[in-house]
Design a protein around this ligand. Structure first.
Ligand code: AHR
Length: 608
């Protein structure tokens, strides 16, 4: 295939965004991105979820019970854990087994807990093996505890030894002989390992690093279904997710488990800032997953709430909500360019704001006209063949669109939503399909804002959805970059700010070419899908006006013969092969190389 690329005449864009949708599904937030190690740290309850002692166990046969008597720690955290001991001496207390284990290393952990009761001794906070009981580290914390008052205790704990595996627990014990009350109440028991960029209440380092390494530049939050809540009485209200942890009530998660709200709006924004991602803020539209619809005359409360949220994010520090943000430690406003109204609510109309691109939570392909200047949101969880058949879908659509959720989820051959058979992990053929789709979107980058992989993370101990870009568990050795991660990483690595028209037809070589204003690089991205007889495709490429003898770096990703093979977190084997070569244009200015079937390629050279 010969492709001759013009030097002008394409689409000028601000740079197509490769990014992610995050919502708490598969314990991707609590027990995932959010670095908190303690499960059920504050005995929270919310609509549909009762307070419980899940995750908590006595150390020496004490009686652990839920307590709502006396003054609560806060209005948000009204239930605590009462620890009553029959003994009059010896160490008593409790332990927590975390989100299916805890990673214990020689590093500094920051912990805290609130306690009420008359106790004058020391608390011992420790990390130990759940199998052998071996203690890896402990901290002694002098009690400041008082009979009728909640007192916070903070400590640091540095183990002296790495644990051999993640089957570990965190315990707090105290001396029964130094107790003057018959029992002690505990709440908000928290332990953090070092976090990404050292942020307090921050994110898990290995997970954020794996996300950062695929160069995402757009972040849609807070969902997905999570935004909508199960009913109009339990939607995700950002106001519950800011401020001191003791003032954050739980969120009635929509994926079968309750969320702490520890990972709140400010934490999301700081995460986006740390990774250099632009924001797509989804605001609640008064529609919920159970079909609850808010009547028009009651909608104003949600509109006001959304406007407050927007002011919190981008308002000056002397505005009402900008001042709240400043007080929480972030006086600088964030840039907020995109606001989406709801999630998959299929709302066609959208108000406009001169500085904000408002996005409707449906696309023209959901059967709606989206009035200008609104944008649409197209979601697709698909078979790889579907991406190929939709290659030109956005070529002639004037309405701008976000591809707000996408992933290859089903094998070719018709086992789609009806069958409910998601593949267990992203697979190589699916990743090549996604690459074809991403290339088709980037060709239209003047109208397609970007494409977001969804959902992005899965804790392997939780199943709501199997196809995610990364899988992980308590042990960082399980953190697995899927086949899709490799595809997205390669395509996102070199943004194009101006696409360049090219002569050749597509199929089986799907491509986009362009240049990057900032780096002055010429970029060619391609994927080969279903070539004739599975043969390699010879490619010759010329860039109009490019000097002969220019060199370009060519990276080609290929997978194994079986396109359904996966990067399995339990084996840790990466099946994606990466080959990098330098190609040089000949005396006619032609770059020549060959691309195997089911491969993804990126070539870039800097204009001399
Ligand atoms: O990504 C999983 C779910 O799929 C999202 O929550 C929802 O928006 C979509 O239907």
């Amino acid at each position: 295939i010969h492709i001759s690329i013009d030097s002008k005449g394409g689409n000028v864009t601000g740079g197509f965004h490769y990014g992610l949708l995050h919502e708490d599904i598969d314990n991707s937030g609590d027990g995932g991105l959010y670095a908190e190690l303690i499960r059920n740290r504050a005995f929270q309850s919310s609509k549909g979820y009762e307070s419980s002692l899940d995750g908590w166990y006595p150390v020496n046969g004490e009686n652990l019970s839920l307590s709502t008597s006396g003054v609560p720690l806060s209005q948000a955290l009204s239930t605590s854990m009462n620890v009553a001991t029959g003994s009059t001496q010896g160490q008593v207390g409790f332990f927590n087994d975390g989100y299916w284990g805890m990673d214990v290393k020689v590093q500094t952990y920051h912990g805290s807990f609130w306690v009420r009761g008359d106790y004058s001794g020391y608390f011992t906070a420790s990390l130990q093996s759940n199998i052998t009981g071996e203690r890896f580290g402990l901290a002694r914390v002098k009690s400041q505890s008082r009979a009728h008052e909640w007192v916070e205790h903070e400590f640091t704990l540095t183990p002296t030894k790495n644990a051999p595996n993640s089957n570990n627990t965190f315990a707090i014990t105290f001396d029964a002989g130094a107790m003057k009350s018959a029992s002690l109440d505990f709440n908000l028991i928290s332990l953090f390992p070092p976090t990404f960029k050292g942020r307090k209440n921050g994110m898990r380092i290995d997970i954020v690093e794996a996300l950062e390494e695929f160069h995402p530049s757009l972040f849609r939050l807070p969902g997905g279904n999570m935004l909508e809540g199960s009913s109009n009485a339990s939607w995700w209200n950002w106001k519950d997710s800011i401020g001191p942890l003791k003032d954050r009530p739980a969120f009635a998660g929509v994926w079968g488990y309750q969320q702490t709200n520890g990972l709140g709006l400010l934490e999301y924004l700081e995460f986006a800032e740390d990774l250099g991602m632009d924001l797509v803020l989804a605001v609640y539209a008064g529609l919920s997953l159970n079909g609850d619809v808010t009547p028009k005359d009651q909608l104003q409360q949600f509109i006001d709430n959304a406007m407050d949220e927007i002011e919190f994010i981008r308002g000056p520090p002397d505005s009402k909500w900008g001042a709240v943000r400043a007080k929480l430690g972030h006086p600088e406003p964030w840039k907020l360019e995109y606001v989406e109204i709801g999630n998959e609510d299929w709302l066609a109309g959208a108000p406009s704001d001169p500085d904000i691109q408002v996005i409707s939570s449906g696309s023209v392909y959901d059967g709606y006209d989206i009035p200008s200047p609104g944008a649409g949101d197209y979601h697709l969880y698909a078979e790889p063949d579907r991406w190929i058949s939709e290659f030109g879908l956005f070529d002639n659509v004037e309405t701008p669109h976000l591809i707000g959720e996408m992933a290859s989820t089903f094998p070719n051959g018709g086992t789609g939503w009806g069958s409910g058979v998601l593949r267990p992990f992203p697979w190589w053929g699916g990743a090549v399909g996604e690459a074809v789709a991403l290339i088709s979107y980037e060709r239209n980058a003047d109208r397609i804002i970007g494409a977001l992989y969804a959902p992005i993370l899965r804790n392997m101990n939780r199943w709501q959805w199997s196809i995610t870009m990364l899988q992980f568990a308590a042990d960082p050795a399980m953190t697995t970059r899927s086949t899709s991660w490799y595809a997205w990483e390669l395509l996102a690595a070199h943004p194009i700010t101006e696409t360049l028209p090219a002569s050749a037809d597509i199929n089986p070589l799907y491509y986009v070419a362009g240049k990057n204003e900032k780096t002055q690089a010429h970029v060619f991205k391609a994927a080969v899908y279903n070539s004739t007889n599975g043969a390699s495709v010879p490619v010759s490429l010329t860039f109009d006006g490019m000097a002969v003898g220019t060199t370009a770096e060519l990276t080609v990703l290929t997978g194994p013969e079986d396109p359904y093979e996966v990067n399995n977190p339990f084996t840790g084997v990466n099946i994606v092969k990466t080959a990098k070569t330098t190609v040089k244009s000949d005396n006619n200015g032609t770059f020549s190389f060959s691309l195997p079937n089911l491969s993804i390629a990126l070539a870039f050279g800097v204009q001399p």
